[in-house]
Design a protein around this ligand. Structure first.
Ligand SMILES: NC(=O)c1ccc[n+]([C@@H]2O[C@H](COP(=O)([O-])OP(=O)(O)OC[C@H]3O[C@@H](n4cnc5c(N)ncnc54)[C@H](OP(=O)(O)O)[C@@H]3O)[C@@H](O)[C@H]2O)c1
Length: 342
């Protein structure tokens, strides 16, 4: 049995979903993995709270008298205070993804890693802008830096590329990595206009309040770059990727694709022309034949294909595109840091 201290940064849609799922999974993680996942504090832009641990929160919720520790947001303690108070554990980063600066995630993650804390993140910015600095910091302090929540969340991507395919040479990676755009394309193929489909995605909570990065393809590019840099050991920058989104797509183009018996998908791809050539990341609309493994990935589902030299091609599809799915990916990463199944 092991006690794991957790500090959560960011208490928006994903942070709240993580908080709720952690309470829901507390007993299961204790019984199945021998881990007491104890939430010690939450930090957001507008303040922070110190908590008495998930176990206490679960017991109070079960007794119908959930203590409102969450009402006591104060500005008086910082991340450094919490890291020092609890000595070791995991920082869970659910702050916004700024693909230009990598902040606030970069500073938060660097502080935690350099204090000997593991980091599990849902935000992409820091991993796209400063991947090598963060990896070096984690290596130096012998702690984990895990990013399932930032790389298609509930759809396993990094775990498969890094561990399940170990020993195989990956020749190319291709994926539908953004649930919002895949939902819009699916609804457009059923006859909706772009604006109606986007409105529906927002109403269902699939699209973020500002979905520009999704629509323009930058979210897909960021995820593919994080996956490629981790799995293939590349150092691709976002500015080097060729990125086109789904903006400009009309009902007429969708209808034409349907008449040809094809499906239109937003595909992110990392490939190289020869084994000596540099790896390239591209994002754009693709006309897929019905037998393409990603053609049937519909709605807010996502999918990824790893093409390998000795394991054939591996296809994964599904994975909930919502804050709860992202929260589940964060918990999975925490478990995989501490649980050894030998
Ligand atoms: N939404 C999804 O389904 C999904 C799925 C996978 C990954 N992600 C990623 O997960 C991250 C969080 O997404 P979200 O939808 O939860 O965002 P959100 O609702 O906008 O919440 C962001 C949170 O971060 C806090 N924050 C902002 N700047 C901060 C700082 N400097 N220090 C500490 N806290 C700060 C905010 O504080 P206040 O509350 O005080 O404003 C807020 O609580 C993003 O990077 C997103 O790309 C989202």
């Amino acid at each position: 049995m092991q006690k794991v201290n957790i500090i959560l940064v960011g208490f928006g849609r994903v942070g709240r979903a993580f908080y709720e799922l952690l309470k829901e999974k507390y007993d299961y993680c204790r019984e199945r993995y021998g881990l007491f996942l104890e939430l010690r504090g939450i930090i957001r832009k507008s303040g922070a709270v110190l908590l008495s641990g998930t176990r206490k929160m679960v017991s109070e919720a079960e007794a119908g008298k959930e203590k409102s520790e969450l009402s006591g947001w104060v500005q008086t303690f910082s991340l450094v205070d919490l890291l020092e108070e609890f000595k070791s554990g995991v920082l869970v980063d659910c702050t916004p993804s700024d693909l230009n600066t990598g902040e606030p995630g970069f500073s938060l993650m660097k502080t935690a890693l350099s204090s000997g804390w593991h980091v599990v993140t849902a935000s992409k910015g820091a991993l796209v802008v400063h991947p090598s600095e963060l990896a070096a910091e984690a290596r130096q302090h012998q702690v984990a830096l895990k990013a399932s929540g930032a790389t298609a969340a509930a759809l396993p991507t990094l775990d498969v590329g890094l561990h399940s395919l170990a020993g195989a040479e990956i020749l190319a990676i291709e994926g539908i990595l953004n649930g919002t755009t895949n939902y819009i394309l699916t609804r457009m193929s059923e006859g909706l206009s772009f604006s109606r489909a986007l409105m529906e995605a927002s109403e269902k909570g699939i699209a973020e309040p500002n979905p520009v990065q999704d629509i323009e393809g930058w979210d897909t590019a960021a995820k593919m770059i994080i996956i490629a840099n981790r799995v293939l050991g590349t150092e691709i920058k976002l500015s080097e990727a060729r990125v086109n989104g789904i903006n400009g797509l009309t009902e007429e183009i969708m209808a034409k694709a349907a008449r040809l018996g094809k499906t239109i998908k937003l595909i992110g791809r990392c490939s190289r022309e020869t084994p000596e050539a540099p790896w390239k990341v591209e994002v754009g609309l693709a006309l897929l034949n019905p037998d393409h493994p990603l053609a049937a990935v519909d709605g807010s589902n996502k999918g990824i294909i790893f093409y390998t030299d000795c394991m054939g091609y591996i296809v994964l599809a599904g994975g909930k595109s919502d804050p709860r799915g992202a929260a589940a990916a964060l918990i999975k990463d925490i478990i995989s840091i501490y649980w050894r199944d030998f």
